[in-house]
Design a protein around this ligand. Structure first.
Ligand SMILES: CC(C)(COP(=O)(O)OP(=O)(O)OC[C@H]1O[C@@H](n2cnc3c(N)ncnc32)[C@H](O)[C@@H]1OP(=O)(O)O)[C@@H](O)C(=O)NCCC(=O)NCCS
Length: 305
């Protein structure tokens, strides 16, 4: 047992902990810290802070997500000079004693490896609480020049743009998300897809897509690319590249390659590629091998069940 005392998270703890923790090691670590917030019952979340003689040094949170209903997110951070004293283990024990009304107890967490943080503490800690990897997700920058542009024609393959509010697009984005998250069952709805991936608040700037023929001729969307405002002004645009999960593999592979060729024709883009996106992941591997793409970070999603 550590000599810390534990209490619920309160407003202002983020600033107090920033003083002790220092800046996050990466944009992902920054994002992970935003999971700490006061406990609520709807959605269900519990967040605690560990204090050493009245000074906050550690925090831990578990929360339910209606998007991925089978597991609770867990995130823990402990000040460097307090690590390896069993604090994270103790906090997870306290949080495990709290069970949401849904009865869900499986815990998932994530850590990102990059040039600064190699993630060995997080990997060791995840293993120590019985978690194993359920997914790997890579941030990859794809450069121009590695892909042949598709051949378009007047009544066949067409490049199209759409408003991010388009119902047809929202339906496909929803189906794509659910189909590529079988490893952590997703219950994405049209409303959630709008809120989390498409509306202005998400930073979505525009969408291009490939159709098998022009829309007026009843063309269907084969693949889509939603671009988001990059985190830095000079960084490549963040792009969510998806496709119709009903397509046969060969057709989907073609639709992915063609659209990626179009969007990287002039400028690099950044993609987040889960291993579960088998066709895209395979294409990206080939581009990495040929020197046309670079992995900037890898996120490991770990779970107890
Ligand atoms: C991961 C982290 C929360 C662990 O906190 P901690 O209080 O040091 O962890 P504990 O002392 O409870 O360690 C429990 C076990 O985890 C493993 N572990 C912890 N740190 C480790 C390290 N640096 N290398 C290898 N294994 C490690 C060990 O098995 C350890 O047991 P042991 O000390 O008896 O060998 C802490 O390193 C941290 O804040 N990292 C940055 C944030 C983060 O990556 N969070 C992970 C996502 S939940």
């Amino acid at each position: 047992m550590s000599s810390l005392s534990y209490r619920p998270w309160t407003e202002g703890d983020d600033l107090a902990l920033l003083q002790v923790w220092g800046d996050p090691a990466s944009p992902h670590a920054h994002q992970d810290r935003t999971m700490f917030r006061p406990s609520t019952d709807r959605p269900w979340s519990r967040c605690i802070v560990g204090e050493d003689q009245g000074v906050p040094v550690a925090a831990a949170v578990v929360f339910e997500s209606s998007l991925h209903p089978d597991r609770l997110w867990l995130h823990v951070e402990v000040a460097r000079d307090h690590r390896r004293q069993g604090i994270a283990t103790e906090m997870v024990g306290l949080l495990r004693a709290e069970v949401p009304p849904s009865g869900v107890t499986a815990l998932k967490s994530r850590y990102t490896t990059g040039p600064v943080d190699k993630g060995s503490a997080a990997a060791g800690f995840a293993a120590s609480i019985g978690q194993h990897e359920i997914q790997r997700s890579r941030d990859v920058v794809v450069e121009p020049g590695g892909l042949k542009l598709p051949l378009f024609n007047d009544d066949g393959l067409t490049l199209d743009d759409a408003a991010t509010g388009s119902v047809e697009l929202t339906q496909l984005v929803t189906a794509f998300y659910n189909a590529t998250h079988e490893w952590d069952r997703a219950a994405m709805t049209l409303g959630m897809a709008q809120k989390m991936l498409l509306n202005d608040a998400t930073g979505a700037k525009g969408v291009v897509m490939l159709r098998d023929k022009p829309k007026e001729g009843g063309g269907k969307i084969l693949s889509f690319a939603i671009s988001y405002e990059p985190t830095r002004i000079d960084a490549p645009a963040d792009v969510l590249l998806g496709w119709d999960p009903e397509l046969a593999d060969a057709d989907a592979a073609e639709a992915i390659r063609g659209l990626l060729a179009m969007i990287v024709h002039q400028y690099p883009v950044k993609l987040e590629v889960d291993d579960s996106m088998v066709l895209l992941s395979g294409l990206v591997d080939a581009l990495i091998g040929a020197g046309h793409a670079t992995v900037i970070s890898e996120t490991h999603i770990m779970a107890t069940a």
